[in-house]
Design a binder for this molecule. Structure first.
Ligand code: APR
Length: 275
């Protein structure tokens, strides 16, 4: 199966000869081929007692304030999945595109699973706009210091021991730590989530690859709109139609490659390697 037609190949060749940036915006779909369920999958729920909660309910400051240990159990379970997960061909293709484009390359990711760094994408060119499961911080914000993520790989129905609960406490004030990620009821900022610097990248982008995201969050939407407003090309890579594929199909600079990132990205990589 080939995804790139001649028209798109001509557009990509023209982009390659210019000087604007190649930016790749990734979401949970990129990691599905590494065995990490996306957020809006049918089995993405978490059970507390006899109630099933969706990620949009569990991953909130509100739920953390009410049930900090339940939120931690869910995050430590996801941490355990991510710990065992390996990068797939999509992650490695992104790393090789960074090698080709060097400082014309930027990576903006919503993923907190750490797989881009396991595939050796550089930290200086990667913007973690939803945080990371590598770090935690004080849940009461007694300071803005970042601590290592508690190394407690939990299974889905496993309870926390008293000793493990102690590892979830802020070393400064003794209140609970929290995962250093953006929750559904929280707002982007530059300090933790590179809001301004990722918008600056969008302004310099000539080609944006949107990979495996449903477009449910606002900063990715603003990034895509900014690229389009400056006549950049957007390519949505997703086997299912979504907010960005529908947007792309309405724009002369928009393309939707309907396929899995682990298949489409290697083809894009091979094309640029052939130039
Ligand atoms: N290749 C490419 N895309 C895929 C693949 C694949 N193999 N498999 C699934 N997808 C697509 C799905 O069709 C869906 O559109 O990935 C997308 C995943 O969407 P979400 O689960 O909403 O994940 P994401 O867009 O990253 O969510 C954004 O919202 O859930 C919060 O903070 C969380 O970072 C997350 C953010």
């Amino acid at each position: 199966m080939t995804y790139l037609d001649n028209t798109l190949k001509e557009r990509l060749t023209e982009f390659y000869t210019r000087s604007r940036k190649l930016t790749i915006l990734t979401g949970a779909g990129l990691s599905t081929d590494s065995g990490i369920p996306t957020f809006r999958d049918k089995d993405g729920f978490w059970t507390v007692g006899s109630v099933n909660y969706m990620p949009e309910e569990m991953g909130t400051l509100k739920m953390f304030t009410q049930k900090p240990l339940e939120v931690w159990r869910w995050f430590l379970y996801r941490f355990n999945i991510c710990l065992k997960a390996l990068p797939n061909t999509g992650h490695f293709a992104i790393k090789e595109l960074e090698d080709i484009f060097s400082d014309r390359f930027r990576l903006i990711t919503q993923n907190v699973d750490g797989l881009h760094f396991k595939a050796h994408s550089s930290r200086e060119r990667t913007f973690l706009i939803h945080g990371t499961l590598e770090r935690s911080r004080c849940g009461s914000e007694c300071s803005s210091e970042l601590y290592p993520y508690p190394q407690i790989p939990l299974e889905k129905d496993q309870q926390l021991t008293a000793a493990q609960i102690e590892l979830l406490k802020c070393p400064k004030c003794g209140n609970y730590l929290r995962p250093h990620v953006l929750w559904f009821d929280e707002r982007y900022n530059e300090k933790y989530f590179k809001l301004d610097s990722s918008m600056r990248v969008a302004k310099e982008t000539g080609l944006l690859l949107i990979v495996g995201t449903s477009g449910a969050t606002t900063l990715p939407q603003r990034i895509v709109e900014s690229v389009l407003s400056r006549q950049g090309i957007i390519i949505d890579i997703n086997p299912n139609e979504n907010y960005f594929s529908e947007l792309a199909l309405k724009k002369k600079n928009g393309y939707w490659l309907k396929g899995k990132s682990s298949e489409v990205l290697p083809e894009i990589l091979q094309f640029f390697k052939s130039l």
